[in-house]
Design a binder for this molecule. Structure first.
Ligand code: IPE
Ligand code: MG
Length: 247
């Protein structure tokens, strides 16, 4: 969700006003994802690196998170949206942490869409922490180093409840990953959009999904192999797969 600050500066506002507008875009995006039947939506709300921003801006972001958690709690719950967190919620100020905890608790039975807020999150940090946790288990004799595989690494990451990323959208015109879901996005389709996050609307989201559905994801295989797999899957399911375009 990049571009809040630039959007505000362009309009002659303080940067923090951009974050307020960004919160509205979050609301619309979550609602659109639920309507489209997307099972997982993960928002990069606050990175480990964001702690180094000016104090005033960090405070505003933390306060906006409290506002969001309180304001949206009932709507999210009623719409079957389950909120969870990746990263380190325990590092947030107490008020914010409690509001997020309450939001998670209130929405825990949601079964339509899992909304994950990445908070005090860093992809490298998650990997390093997971490696350290596994090393510790080896040291204690709880696991054999030869048993360490992708699954073992995933199980120690704060994203352990998430599937791999299918589509990664970054607004704000930069073509960077900026430490987001480095491991989980190994085969993600990447979309870098020019509009600033407060300008991101449901129609942009729909267009991105449509673009995604037109892609052939090969996961290192050849196109012919993928097509055969699709046909096999269709046969196994006793149905013909829906065409991937024309949502
Ligand atoms: C939002 O956009 C990102 C968050 C930390 C929530 P930015 O604040 O990075 O906006 P720009 O990139 O300065 O425009
Ligand atoms: Mg930015």
């Amino acid at each position: 969700m990049d571009g809040n600050g630039r959007w505000a500066e362009c309009q002659g506002f303080e940067r923090v006003k951009g974050h307020c507008e960004g919160a509205r875009a979050v609301r619309d995006t979550v609602e659109t994802a639920a309507r489209m039947g997307i099972p997982y939506l993960t928002l990069y709300a606050f990175s480990v690196a964001n702690w180094s921003r000016p104090r005033n801006e960090v405070d505003t972001l933390m306060r906006l998170l409290v506002d969001f958690a309180k304001r949206e709690r009932m709507d999210l719950r009623q719409n079957g949206i389950r909120v969870q967190v990746a990263g380190h919620v325990e590092e947030l100020p107490t008020v914010t942490r409690l509001a997020v905890r309450e939001l998670i608790n209130a929405t825990r039975h949601g079964d339509r869409l899992t909304l994950t807020l990445a908070l005090s999150y860093g992809g490298r940090r998650d990997l390093v922490d997971a490696a350290r946790a596994l090393a510790e288990k080896v040291r204690k004799g709880e696991i054999d180093a030869r048993a360490i595989d992708e699954q073992a690494l995933r199980s120690e990451m704060t994203t352990r409840l998430l599937p791999d990323v299918d589509l990664l959208i970054r607004t704000g015109g930069e073509s960077r990953i900026s430490d987001f879901l480095l491991f989980e996005a190994a085969y993600a389709e990447l979309m870098f959009l020019p509009m600033m996050w407060p300008e991101f609307r449901p129609e942009h989201f729909l267009a991105a999904i449509q673009g995604y559905m037109g892609k052939e994801r090969r996961f290192g295989l050849t196109s012919a192999q993928v097509r055969t797999q699709d046909q096999d899957a269709a046969r196994a399911n006793g149905r013909i797969l829906r065409p991937v375009v024309g949502y």
